[in-house]
Design a protein around this ligand. Structure first.
Ligand SMILES: [Zn+2]
Ligand SMILES: [Zn+2]
Length: 243
């Protein structure tokens, strides 16, 4: 189980089925320290709302609510669909390739899109599910850029558990992270209560490849929360500049 899970979805995502309180209650019952609710940005139909970001404070005693979102990439290099008004309230901001980005391009093109988004938006913390089938990537380059820019690459549990990614592709991503010493976040990407905090599927691949524990940013709750605090000033700086 993950003590601080940095990726999950509520009803505010078109693909979510539970409320924020239901997701947090599950996290508390599991004994987790914190759960990030990271609903999709508007390009994927996410209904991010101001009450969640501005007013909702730890609605389930015993577990911390981390606020975030999972941004999508736009067509133009560096562009993301993040509503900057909410950035000041975010603990973690994820970015990933999703169905709003056209398929069928080269790994070089998709890697350019992702890396340029990281470069243009210093507040982006984690690249999600880079092992997706539809969007090939140059993993060595992504891992090197993420490391050099101080970001993390996600190793996603639910995509592996549900068989939505090819095992060889997941192994290539993990191998690149090991070779480039790129920090990673192990996250559930939970869309259902049963998936909250789960990491067994991805952990089993990682241990078969002798993944170095020191590269895991959320190896302990303390380290995960320290990562969030270290990166908070970047979010505050960009909120202030755009409001
Ligand atoms: Zn995603
Ligand atoms: Zn997600």
């Amino acid at each position: 189980m993950i003590a601080v899970d940095l990726h999950s979805h509520s009803l505010a995502s078109r693909c979510g089925v539970h409320t924020v309180v239901e997701m947090l209650t599950r996290a508390r019952d599991l004994g987790m320290t914190a759960l990030a609710i990271t609903d999709h940005g508007p390009a994927l139909g996410g209904r991010l709302n101001s009450v969640f970001f501005e007013r909702l404070l730890d609605p389930v005693p015993g577990v911390r609510l981390l606020k975030g979102m999972e941004c999508n990439l736009d067509e133009s290099p560096g562009a993301i669909d993040l509503p900057l008004d909410y950035l000041r309230y975010c603990d973690v901001v994820l970015v990933g390739l999703h169905a709003n980005t056209p398929k069928g391009r080269s790994a070089a093109d998709y890697t350019d899109l992702l890396v340029s988004a990281l470069e243009a938006n210093p507040f982006l913390d984690v690249v999600t599910h880079a092992n997706s089938r539809e969007y090939p990537l140059d993993y060595r380059r992504l891992a090197r850029a993420s490391r050099d820019l101080g970001r993390a690459v996600e190793l996603n549990n639910s995509k592996v558990a549900l068989g939505r990614v090819a095992p060889a592709v997941t192994e290539s991503l993990i191998a690149a992270c090991i070779r480039e010493a790129c920090p990673v976040v192990v996250a559930s990407d939970a869309h259902t209560l049963d998936e909250v905090g789960r990491d067994e599927a991805i952990r089993s691949v990682m241990s078969s490849m002798h993944f170095p524990e020191e590269l895991i940013i959320n190896r302990t709750a303390e380290e995960a929360l320290a990562f969030i605090e270290r990166r908070r000033p970047l979010k505050l700086a960009h909120s202030a500049a755009d409001n």
